[in-house]
Design a protein around this ligand. Structure first.
Ligand SMILES: [Zn+2]
Length: 433
């Protein structure tokens, strides 16, 4: 047994330690390589079991979960389940399961979070092969759910298995959570798990459910998301006699442009971490008003898509807009209502110096042999739900980014590479401080 805990390694010289660590990584790489056909075969067997989210017309995750639980048990893991009996689908079982290896510091966990559910196949005509009979071609496994989130699920599962076989003393507990319901709203998955005591602030969370083809981008921050519907009510009249009514469309346009200017001016901070460094406030959808040219509309409905840097509060944005609305109501004799179509505040960015970000960056640098960079995105992943709880979370994987597409696939080399990255990650804990 090679000891990796902080105490015993201090008895070795730096060079000695680095050498033993390098040996360990070499052993890990060769073990994963040797198992690559086994990993591929396991992935194929898993993808054959349909696991389409019931909110999208599927039969749910129960059968796939059973397959995964049996595998974990056959590998000697004990499995914890935190299932939901879903009243919305006449008591359907919505499974969530976890397994872990105990580490020296048993008070903290490194969790790999992946989801078992998939979206449906969509239009069959667009598939060149059966979406539920995985096909291996040109180094790819083609099937619904191969990339999203099959690759990372299988990768993290086998990383755990490789670490068990390696028999090293891990610095902290390392485990996987395989969850339901990510493709819809995570009600029976992550949101259910976060209500319990499954995670703590000291944990390290990796959500390998988004990524880039080179694997350089480590996502550590997301913007807050706010979708607003604004409805302006005036008084509809003949367009030749506008003074007899109140043209809601004119007021709506003025308000939209005013909000556009005001919000961009007030929330103007720029954060180079994000690909789009500014907060964005876009007037987007516009509902049809009158069908004819010669009527001044009494109703105007438009929408804003706002993506706000995590440093700002969405509630402040909302109260600013409300103040603007009051002014407009008084000035133009209209009634304006605002509906929050969607509101997802952003949790604080995970610090670049956090343990999970540092360890992942080191594993990516050493295993994927690319120079990683930290990024923020305007979209949202379940990573944000953990950040909202104050738990540092990184989102990373190596994928061609083809989720939900027809002919979705995972590249075997990415599956194998990421399995190795996941397994190597905790092994850097004693080195990178
Ligand atoms: Zn996904």
């Amino acid at each position: 047994m090679v000891s990796l805990d902080g105490i015993s390694i201090r008895t070795l010289s730096d060079t000695q330690y680095m050498n033993s660590h390098d040996d360990l990584l070499t052993k890990l790489a060769s073990d994963v390589e040797k198992d690559s056909l086994l990993i591929q075969d396991f992935m194929i067997r898993m993808l054959r079991i349909k696991s389409v989210n019931p909110n999208m017309g599927g039969q749910g995750e129960a059968e796939r979960a059973q397959f995964l639980e049996s595998f974990l048990k056959s590998e000697g893991f004990s499995v914890t389940r935190s299932d939901v009996i879903d009243g919305e689908f006449s008591g359907m079982l919505r499974p969530n399961l976890s397994a872990r290896l105990e580490g020296k510091d048993g008070s903290r966990n490194l969790w790999f979070i992946s989801h078992m559910d998939t979206v449906p196949e969509g239009s069959r005509d667009l598939w060149e092969t059966d979406p539920f009979e995985p096909t291996v071609k040109d180094g790819k496994i083609i099937a619904r759910g191969a990339e999203d989130n099959g690759q990372s699920l299988v990768g993290s599962l086998f990383a755990l298995r490789e670490l068990k076989k390696l028999g090293v003393k891990l610095p902290f507990n390392v485990g996987v959570w395989l969850v339901s319901d990510e493709e819809f709203a995570s009600r029976c998955g992550i949101k259910h798990l976060l209500k319990g005591t499954n995670f703590k602030k000291e944990d390290l969370i990796l959500v390998p459910d988004a990524g880039t083809p080179t694997g350089v981008d480590i996502e550590i921050a997301e913007k807050g998301l706010l979708w607003l519907k604004l409805t302006v009510r005036g008084k509809q009249v003949h367009a030749s006699l506008p003074r007899k009514g109140v043209n809601a469309h004119r007021v709506g346009m003025k308000l939209a442009l005013d909000l556009d200017d005001f919000l961009h001016a007030k929330y103007k901070a720029s954060d180079p971490l994000f690909d789009e460094p500014l907060s964005t406030f876009e007037p987007t959808k516009k509902e049809a008003n009158v069908p004819n040219v010669n009527t001044a509309p009494g109703l105007d409905v438009f929408y804003f898509d706002c993506r706000v840097l995590p440093r700002y509060s969405l509630d402040e944005v909302i109260s600013d807009i409300r103040a603007r609305i009051s002014e407009y109501q008084e000035r133009y004799s209209v009634v304006i209502s605002m509906e929050q179509v969607q509101k997802e505040p952003a949790g604080p960015a995970t610090p670049e110096k956090s343990e999970v970000a540092t360890l992942l960056a080191e594993a990516v640098r050493r295993i994927s042999k690319v120079q990683p960079r930290f990024v923020g995105i305007g979209g949202q992943t379940v990573g944000n739900l953990f950040r909202m709880e104050g738990i540092p979370t990184a989102v990373w994987s190596t994928v061609d980014d083809v989720p939900h597409e027809p002919n979705e696939y995972s590249r075997m080399k990415n599956l194998i590479n990421d399995t190795e990255v996941f397994a190597a990650l905790p092994l850097f804990a004693a080195i990178v401080k």
